[in-house]
Design a protein around this ligand. Sequence first.
Ligand code: ADP
Length: 168
Amino acid sequence: MDRITLVRGDITTLQVDAIVNAANSSLLGGGGVDGAIHVAAGPDLLKECRLLGGCEPGEAKVTSGYRLPARWVIHAVGPIWRGGRAGEEETLRDCYRHALMRAVELRAASIAFPSISTGLYGYPVERAARVAVQEVRRHLAESPLPEQVTFVAFDDETYEAYRGLLEA
Ligand code: ADP
C-alpha cells in the first residue's frame, strides 16, 4: 500500500494525527499556512507556542492541536530562500527530517505536510518538492511510523510539482 498521498486543499481541515506548520523562528504566528493554523486552532495554540522559546531553522517543535481536527501541530522552520547558496537545501532537508522524528516520538500514525518555505520564504516550488519527497521516502524506507504521509498542495503549481515527482 502506498504510504504517501497528495491532496489539494487546506491543511487545517485534515483529520490526521499531526499537521506540520511552516512556522517562523519566533513560533509566534505569521502569514500563510501559519496564520491559518493559528486561526483554526484558537488562541491556546499561541499560548503554548510562547513557552517554547522559538525554534531554529531546520528544527521542529511540537504543540497540541487544540481546536484543529489534528491532535498535534509540529512546527518546523524552513529556510528563507537567498538564491540557493546559503545552505537552504540542507536546512529544508533538516526540517522534514526533524518533523518526521517528532512524529515518531509522538507515535503518530498519520502526518500532513504543507509545502514548507515555498510561500513567503520564496523557495522555488519544484526544488522544494524534490527535497520533501526525497526526505519522506528516505524516512519511510527506514521507519514504520508514520504509517501515512500526506502532502497538502494549496495551489496548482505545487500540486503539479508533487504529482510529477510522486508518479516517477
Ligand atoms: P513559508 O513562510 O514557509 O514560505 P507559507 O505559509 O508562506 O510558508 O507558504 C508555504 C506553503 O503553504 C505555500 O505553498 C502556501 O500556498 C501554502 N499554504 C498557505 N495556506 C495553506 C493552508 N491553509 N493549507 C495548506 N497550505 C497552505
